[in-house]
Ligand binder design. Structure first.
Ligand SMILES: *Cc1c(COP(=O)(O)O)cnc(C)c1O
Length: 405
């Protein structure tokens, strides 16, 4: 008896929610249902999310083309192992990896990588630079890990950046290359004067593929596929130096308790065989391979970084010339090329603006929820056409000019 009742209630609840959502939209903004942005102003593709982000049509076609040779087949056999091998080889090529660096991968996305890093990379004490949500999440992981000392934390307020400072006893320096929650990007350079053997472990989740990197400055550069690579989430990738791999092996041999799925020594062993410890999702690997082919065919990182610089600069220029808008990140060199945040003057109802655009298929420009600002946040990853960014600014101009908010 219980089950059908729950189903019925669930159904009613869904309907109620749908009704109340439209009620809310009309109450907050009586015009939103009537506002019609001229279709010639709209971007060709309206996906501007900071992750998951725009997927190119060719990536979806690549999944169709991988049927039936790859999709639905064993990850322990050649077709899937070749796919993993292609992705690893092309990532090494994209980053011109120095001798001895390896591309390692595993399941669970960047958030799982933080746990894995706390078990397999940090020996005693990490230093974290915190200037937004993602940096602080990794800090929380090493702070609560019972086998590690409390981390050293360098903070900057949202919209600014913090950079590492060499200190005795720190064996991992960690910071995000691009803080996705605020749209601030930080330099990637080894801190001068660090203890011999200290590792730099950089979160490249939203930066990888879209921001330039000198791989000699990092021991571990980890990321997930759902930002610049336009694939589905769920995996992590890490570019690792020989020193990082030596650290992983040393800790694995030390007798520390490490859960199997978070043991990076296991990930290294499996990656070298173009496998993962447990079953990976295959579609994101196919999407990732297609994206890497596209990036490399067009000129690699020079192509992708020029494109993200172009897209983002169009938004910053728009913010500069528009009275109601201001770039959130004040330091120009910290203004991200891949995630652009702009504040709107309080008289502009950003929630209505976002919902009007959503009704026109222009989606996911919401600010990071915990930042709580009257702001839009726009993903300008390599898959985004700079002309679509220009179209977005035209739509925003049209809405601001019409004072329909
Ligand atoms: C998106 C993001 C993450 C989280 O990635 P998941 O794959 O969802 O775990 C971590 N760090 C940064 C900088 C991100 O942008």
């Amino acid at each position: 008896m219980g089950t059908p009742r729950i189903v019925a209630e669930h159904g009613a609840d869904q309907m109620h929610r749908r009704k109340s959502a439209s009620w809310l939209a009309t109450t907050l903004n009586p015009m939103s249902n009537d506002v019609k942005i001229p279709s010639e102003l709209l971007p060709r593709d309206g996906r501007f999310g900071a992750g998951p982000s725009r997927v190119r049509d060719e990536q979806i076609q690549a999944i169709v083309d991988a049927q039936p040779q790859v999709m639905g087949t064993s990850h322990r056999q050649a077709p899937v192992k070749d796919l993993v091998g292609d992705v690893r080889r092309m990532l090494a090529e994209l980053y011109s990896l120095p001798e001895g660096y390896e591309v390692i991968l595993g399941n669970g996305g960047s958030t799982s990588f933080w746990d894995a890093a706390a078990f397999s990379l940090v020996e005693t004490r990490a230093q974290h630079c915190e200037f937004g949500e993602f940096g602080s999440k990794f800090t929380e992981v090493t702070r609560t890990a019972p086998h590690l000392q409390d981390p050293d934390v360098i903070t900057a307020s949202a919209g600014d950046i913090a950079t590492p400072v060499a200190r005795k006893g720190i064996d991992v320096y960690a910071w995000p290359h691009n803080e996705t929650s605020t749209g601030a990007m930080a330099p990637v350079a080894r801190p001068e004067g660090a203890d011999a053997g200290a590792l730099t472990v950089v979160d490249g989740t939203s930066a990888a593929g879209g921001l330039a990197l000198d791989p000699t400055q990092v021991d571990v550069y980890y990321f997930a596929p759902q930002k610049s690579f336009g694939a589905d989430g769920g995996l992590w990738f890490a570019l690792m130096s020989p020193a990082a791999i030596a650290r992983i092996e040393k800790i694995a041999a030390s007798g520390r308790y490490i859960p199997a799925t978070l043991n990076l020594a296991t990930a290294v062993d499996n990656s070298r065989k173009n496998q993962t410890y447990n079953t990976p999702a295959l579609a994101p690997l196919v999407m990732m391979r297609n994206q890497l082919e596209w990036m490399l065919a067009n000129g690699g990182m020079e192509f992708t970084t020029a494109r993200t610089r172009e897209s983002s600069s169009r938004l910053y220029a728009w913010a500069d010339r528009t009275a109601q808008v201001e770039a959130f990140v004040t330091n120009p060199s910290a203004r991200s090329h891949v995630v652009v945040t702009v504040d709107l003057t309080p008289s502009v109802e950003v929630n209505s603006l976002i919902s009007i655009l959503r009704a026109h298929g222009v989606v996911d420009i919401d600010p990071y929820r915990k930042l709580g600002r009257n702001q839009i946040r726009v993903g300008t990853f390599p898959s985004v056409d700079p002309d679509d960014v220009t179209a977005l600014t035209r739509c925003l101009d049209w809405l601001l000019e019409k004072q329909l908010l």
